[in-house]
Design a protein around this ligand. Structure first.
Ligand SMILES: [Zn+2]
Length: 185
């Protein structure tokens, strides 16, 4: 865990010092593309093990959107398929973003609600987010999370809080890493 440069610490303090306990409008979870997601290349035939045979599939005539990229038929006669480069399938390389709303509290340790202390986080700006339980996996699997324009990373896995089945929320603690983009509240 890196300590924040003091300039960043000051920036965060001036931007968020008076904004504690408000509803955040912008929490965006960024997840790495899932590397196990792939689809057969529509532009070539593949053999039984899924590897491209290097033969154009002439039945591919209508452009197809795969993982948000428009794939158009690219006829070839020899060599490597220009679409999958001979691999035979296309891998999802899209970064997944999940926008959500939740309660955001900057540096909550002073009010006693922080139930654990994380070694090495002294002097770091910590942010607590509380949101709907359905985002548990998104938060757990995040690469990083943008909170009001500040890039944050999980300090520890998110936890469920609450009683009963209706009041359950997900709580996560993150450390501010970098201010980026526009701050919208
Ligand atoms: Zn191909």
């Amino acid at each position: 865990m890196n300590l924040l440069p003091s300039k960043l610490a000051r920036e965060i303090k001036s931007k968020f010092g008076s904004l504690k306990n408000r509803i955040a409008k912008v929490i965006i979870v960024y997840k790495a593309p899932s590397s196990d997601q792939s689809q057969d290349c529509p532009n070539c035939y593949s053999d039984t093990s899924g590897v491209s045979t290097g033969v154009f599939d002439s039945s591919f005539v209508t452009p197809e959107t795969i993982y948000e990229i428009l794939i158009t038929p690219q006829s070839f006669t020899r060599g490597r398929c220009p679409v999958c480069l001979g691999i035979g399938f296309l891998i999802n390389t899209q970064v997944i973003t999940v926008p959500l709303r939740g309660m955001v509290r900057w540096n909550p340790s002073s009010d006693g609600e922080m139930e654990f202390s994380v070694a090495g986080t002294e002097g770091t700006n910590i942010v607590q987010i509380k949101t709907d339980k359905r985002y548990y996996e998104d938060i757990r699997d995040s690469d990083y999370i943008m909170i009001s324009g500040v890039k944050c990373e999980l300090i520890s896995p998110p936890v469920f809080r609450g009683v009963g089945s209706t009041d359950i929320t997900v709580v996560a603690y993150l450390a501010a890493v970098k201010v980026g983009g526009s701050v919208r509240e």
